[in-house]
Design a protein around this ligand. Structure first.
Ligand SMILES: [Zn+2]
Length: 309
């Protein structure tokens, strides 16, 4: 499907979309609606795709590990308890808190990451553009000239002002060259990033750096450091937003034990609703299947989707 708008995203925007507390569920739903209803196409450079793939799982593992460490700290209190029974109770409670925190993270933010992964690997929604020779050439020139913002640090207080952000430079100049050549061809093309140190005017993060604005203007690339604002220009009323993700509060009501089972393959927890899908086949034989997030194993629950009798 065609659209007249392109959203070129920097890696940090994608990662922040599933960072707890960063974007409300309604904003995430708005983003999904914009993409799934072709208000815009997503454009990422090969560099962004590599960075995304490198960080998407690691970010989630790190969060869960940090949770575990925080909760384990309470275990030091156990030595002050004096009965075996109290100790066992305390250990049980801490394990339970850990489990609930993990579920809360996985089924709110982990699910967002999964959804983003799906969109990024679907060419109906996401177009990946590769680094070009022209981009490479500009990047080398800027690096030899030690030019801000990618190769000269205007923020640093130290004497060494030289820096090397060739990855960011590659993202920007790759987009520039593809727009110039017409391989990225839309009426409105946004470049959205949260990285103010490498793209913005040092005095004003919502403005693109002077040394980049000439390139952006040449190809009508609209710079933004505010995804929410860009989404508002694509979807003006909240009624248009598809309710694809439940709010954290309502999802959290379904995190108690009875909504979970264990994967027969790896024993990880699997959610009876959130991890289920309808199997293939004619409607009267269709059953619910479950998919393990951990090992991707799938199995048939045998429960019919349509109970005719
Ligand atoms: Zn499994």
């Amino acid at each position: 499907m065609n659209t007249n708008t392109a959203l070129c995203l920097d890696t940090n925007i994608l990662l922040n979309l599933f960072e707890p507390g960063r974007y409300e569920t309604v904003t995430f739903n708005k983003f999904l609606t914009a993409v799934l209803t072709y208000r815009c196409h997503l454009i990422v450079t090969d560099q962004v795709l590599i960075e995304w793939q490198r960080h998407v799982n690691k970010t989630q593992e790190d969060f869960i590990e940090k949770n575990k460490i925080n909760i384990d700290e309470y275990k030091t209190l156990i030595e002050y308890l004096d009965s075996e029974q109290e100790i066992r109770e305390m250990e049980g409670i801490l394990e339970k808190i850990k489990r609930m925190e993990n579920r809360k993270y996985k089924y709110n933010y982990g699910n967002r990451a999964e959804k983003l992964n799906e969109l990024m690997s679907d060419s109906n929604y996401t177009k990946v553009v590769n680094r070009t020779n022209v981009a490479e050439k500009i990047l080398v020139e800027k690096s030899i000239d030690k030019e801000a913002p990618f190769f000269y640090n205007e923020f640093s207080q130290s004497n060494s002002k030289v820096k090397n952000e060739s990855a960011d430079a590659s993202i920007f100049f790759t987009l520039y060259d593809h727009i110039k050549c017409g391989t990225i061809n839309y009426d409105n093309i946004y470049f959205v990033t949260d990285n103010k140190k490498d793209f913005s005017d040092p005095a004003n993060p919502s403005k693109i750096h002077d040394n980049l604005s000439v390139f952006a203007e040449e190809v009508n690339l609209i710079f933004s450091n505010n995804l929410k604002e860009v989404l508002e220009s694509l979807i003006s009323t909240d009624e248009e937003i598809l309710n694809l993700f439940d709010s954290e509060e309502s999802m959290n009501q379904f995190l108690i034990d009875r909504y979970f089972t264990n994967c027969p393959n790896c024993d990880a927890e699997v959610h009876l609703n959130a991890d289920s899908y309808v199997g293939s086949g004619p409607p009267h034989t269709q059953t619910y299947w479950l998919k393990c997030k951990q090992c991707k194993h799938t199995w048939d629950t045998g429960d019919l989707v349509h109970d005719y009798y």
